[in-house]
Design a protein around this ligand. Structure first.
Ligand code: T68
Length: 830
């Protein structure tokens, strides 16, 4: 106790008098050198760039941890209700720059380093980002962490510490090839390992029911194996304020060695067992749709969910609270169905480990979870076969059966018919029996939300219609948002300063204040400054394009950009077909009206997704053809920028003139790249899909290039029997472009190379590219026309930025707090 008190005294004085971890240039410089010499033990002559980066990261980490410790104390003091964000993926991006921004020590640090003849930007470049996610869903989780910290929400993010994140994409002879992402190779200065925070997780085996002496029914689970999860904490800062923790679990063997075994053979077997345990958190599945049937994926999901719930219960009891108030203290947000086995796991913990009765346990469970759906694609809705679940998680399968039978009974009592009941059952009986995880998540949660207005409406009227009719008040919408501090203040410093000069810097914590920019939209002097910023950003991107893709681009060109995972529904090939159309027009000598354009693409394809990989091959083939054709390459350039990740994204968005958001209506749940582009002054060409609808609503239809069918029209086209071949036959432009694909002019002169794409488009065209093609091309003509009118383009660009206030993730988090979590901010006093 005495000892603790003196520690407490020390803690409360840390940083107060700016001596230990102060913010001045001198403090930072002193600390940085201290880390370099004493932490890394470096002789000055042998110091590497990575040493400099690590020393600076550790300097900043101390300051970040202080914010976290302070916030945690205050959350505890207030006994505040909190949020646990469960996500199998996080994509935080590089930490260093963001933390400097959030701590407001960017300039001091820059100067401190300059005094040592070091360049901050060069050091920032060294960071290898944690690629612990596939795309939008993982990045959203990280945007939300930043906003929860900024707003002072008592929160923790729980996930998996994958040893290998999303693969590194390389382009070899035009094709994607995948290399292992060794992000931990040089160590990770941001995390704190917590060996004392670890939990055991069981797998396999069988269950045994019994009755206790008191006559109570119980079930014991005799697992086949047990694995230990250890916590690794990374502080995530908010702007000017709190720090929260992202707690990622790493799998280990329960005992690394069995020392009772002296025999050599068994000794190796014991080590092998350890290796097998560590497999669970080895690698992220690089599929941004569901990969059902993969045993290891199910184990990953259960592993992190079980560790996290055990951790929460432990914390809850440690604070002297009772378990039956668990749901009053915590809300758990399920980021898609990936953590949805949590519903069964919390039931198991309450029933089997804490002796609770079913009704009490169910009350707590179904008032704890809230579920966010991120997709309507039927093939992406997670299902786990009964046989796999029964083998890996036998107790959970029993619990799911029990939850289901009680649920179906409730439906029968309500008078639902057999067909409705079969549709809503947690168990899918078509083909191999499987558990529908979206149904489990919906039944086990007190709120269900989609990620844009359109998506939430479709969720209610289509995918989860039966559930929405049963529990209308359970369904809600929270439109996604983005961390505007990372995606504007940090990554586009030129635009950020221009805006701050004009309207002050309150936008950093209130993006709606961008409205004040509207009145300058028509001001020629401001437009000129605006244009200059964009041009400088484009020059920077040109360097990257030359370096990484070997293509020289003229920064005066219209930068027309599509960056996102490669997917047929996202229709990167629609943009490619249009580029081919332009190419053929120029070849015919009819290209006068075409604006000089650089068509930039980036994005990863799932390694097993043949069509997506073929689309990448198509882009690189078209790039080769066009960039090397003297007749065309002053007018058009095509670039595929390899290995799109957060770091690259931060260089791409600030340089874009035109943002391509061209998915088939009804397929993109929200999109968040669309928001990042518009926030950085790009105009959008897009369909009425996902959050595009709301972006257009905000910026005004006249400032948005809308094309294509609506969701209803798409469905009508399908209902009437869509025959893409008719477009091929009747539209000579389409025919010319498609024939070109299989003419041998592309790729290695092999006309068969793109045959699968050709066939797919003329025979199925599941995403109705051909149907939307004409409307897309016509809109592009408008784009070209507007591009010729510089000041009008700039005016619309300024208006787009001015009206992006809604799309800050701060707003999304406020929505979650009000409509779902019922959590209030705790402001950090500092
Ligand atoms: C995306 N989903 C949506 N999924 O496609 C996008 N899935 O519209 C939305 O803006 C974003 O989520 C945020 O809400 C994904 O990114 C995945 O990455 C994924 C990963 C594994 C399994 C399934």
């Amino acid at each position: 106790k005495e000892h603790n008190r003196s520690i407490e005294k020390y803690f409360s004085s840390i940083g107060e008098n700016a001596s230990e971890i102060g913010r001045s240039k001198a403090d930072i410089k002193k600390d940085f050198l201290h880390k370099l010499f004493y932490h890394l033990g470096r002789v000055p002559a042998l110091t590497t760039d990575n040493d400099l980066y690590t020393a600076l990261a550790l300097t900043v980490r101390d300051r970040a941890l202080r914010q976290f410790v302070r916030s945690t104390e205050q959350f505890a003091e207030k006994d505040a209700r909190g949020v646990a964000y469960f996500s199998a993926e996080f994509l935080p991006g590089p930490h260093l720059g963001n933390n400097l921004l959030n701590l407001e020590i960017m300039e001091e640090t820059r100067q401190a380093l300059a005094e040592l003849d070091l360049d901050l930007d060069h050091i920032l470049e060294q960071e290898v980002e944690p690629g612990l996610g596939n795309g939008g869903l993982g990045r959203l989780a990280s945007c939300y962490m930043n906003s929860m910290a900024t707003l002072g929400i008592p929160a923790i993010g729980y996930g998996i510490r994958y040893e290998f994140g999303i693969f590194k994409q390389e382009i070899r002879e035009g094709w994607q090839s995948e290399a292992t992402d060794k992000w931990l190779h040089y160590g990770n200065p941001w995390e704190v390992m917590r060996p004392e925070i670890s939990y055991e997780v069981k797998f396999g085996g069988r269950t045994e029911a019994g009755t206790s002496k008191e006559g109570k029914y119980f079930v014991e689970w005799h697992p086949e194996s047990v694995i230990k999860g250890t916590a690794y904490d990374t502080p995530i800062l908010g702007y000017q304020s709190n720090g929260i923790i992202m707690r990622l679990w790493k799998a280990e063997a329960v005992e690394s060695f069995d020392f009772s075994i002296y025999n050599m053979g068994d000794y190796y077997r014991a080590v092998e067992k350890k290796l097998r345990s560590e497999n669970i958190t080895k690698v992220l599945y690089p599929n941004d749709e569901n990969l059902s049937g993969k045993e290891l994926r199910l184990k990953q999901q259960y592993f992190f969910v079980s560790c996290s719930l055990q951790d929460m219960i432990h914390l809850h009891l440690l604070q002297g609270r009772r378990l039956n108030e668990f749901h009053e203290k915590f809300s758990v947000q399920l980021n898609d169905t990936h953590p949805s086995i949590a519903v069964a796991e919390l039931m198991r913990l309450l029933l089997d480990e804490h002796d609770m009765e079913w009704d009490d346990a169910w009350h707590i469970t179904s008032h704890t979870f809230a579920y966010t759906n991120h997709t309507l694609l039927p093939e992406a809705l997670e299902k786990w076969s009964i046989s796999l679940l029964g083998r890996i998680l036998p107790r959970h399968l029993e619990l799911i059966y029990e939850i289901n039978s009680r649920f179906l009974e409730e439906l029968r009592e309500k008078g639902l018919n057999g067909e409705q009941i079969a549709r809503m059952s947690l168990i899918d009986d078509h083909g191999e029996q499987a558990v529908r995880m979206a149904h489990l998540a919906t039944v086990g949660s007190y709120k269900v939300n989609g990620v844009s207005a359109l998506h939430s409406r479709l969720l209610k009227t289509q995918v989860l219609n039966d559930f929405a009719k049963l529990w209308p008040e359970k369904f809600t919408n929270v439109t996604n948002g983005v961390a505007h501090r990372r995606f504007l203040a940090l990554s586009n410093p030129r635009l950020a300063s221009l805006i701050t000069e004009k309207i002050g810097d309150q936008w950093l914590t209130d993006l709606t204040s961008f409205r004040e920019l509207e009145k300058y939209a028509g001001d020629p002097a401001f437009q000129q400054q605006w244009r200059k910023v964009k041009l400088e950003n484009k020059k920077e991107l040109c360097k990257l394009l030359a370096e990484r893709a070997g293509v020289e681009v003229d920064p005066a060109m219209l930068f027309d950009v599509q960056v996102k995972r490669i997917h047929e529904y996202k229709r990167q090939h629609l943009k490619v077909l249009h580029i081919i159309d332009l190419y053929l027009r120029i070849k015919d000598g009819k290209g006068e009206d075409i604006a000089a354009s650089a068509f930039i693409f980036a994005g990863k394809a799932a390694p097993g997704y043949f069509m997506a990989k073929l689309i990448i091959r198509l882009i690189t083939a078209v790039a080769d053809l066009i960039n090397n054709d003297e007749e065309v390459n002053r007018k058009l350039k095509v670039v595929f920028l390899p290995n799109f990740n957060v770091k690259q994204a931060q260089r791409v968005y600030p340089a874009a003139d035109l943002s391509e958001q061209i998915s088939m209506a009804g397929k993109e749940a929200s999109g968040t790249g669309n928001m990042k582009f518009a926030l950085n002054g790009a105009l959008t060409i897009g369909t009425l899909d996902g959050a595009n609808v709301e972006i257009m609503e905000e910026v005004g239809e006249e400032n948005f290039f809308l094309f294509g069918q609506t969701t209803e029209e798409v469905q009508e086209t399908k209902r009437k029997g869509y025959r893409p071949y008719e477009f091929y036959e009747e539209n000579s432009n389409i025919r010319r472009v498609l024939d070109f694909l299989v003419s041998g002019a592309l790729g290695e002169g092999d006309p068969e190379l793109f045959r699968p794409l050709f066939n797919n488009l003329v025979q199925q065209d599941q995403y109705q590219l051909l149907k939307d093609f004409r409307s897309y091309c016509e809109k592009k003509e408008e784009v070209f026309k507007l591009w010729a009118n510089e000041s009008e383009w700039d005016r619309r660009s300024i208006l787009n930025v001015a009206r992006m206030g809604k799309f800050s993730s701060d707003r999304s988090i406020r929505d979650y707090c009000e409509n779902i979590w019922n959590v209030e901010p705790v402001r950090l006093r500092d």
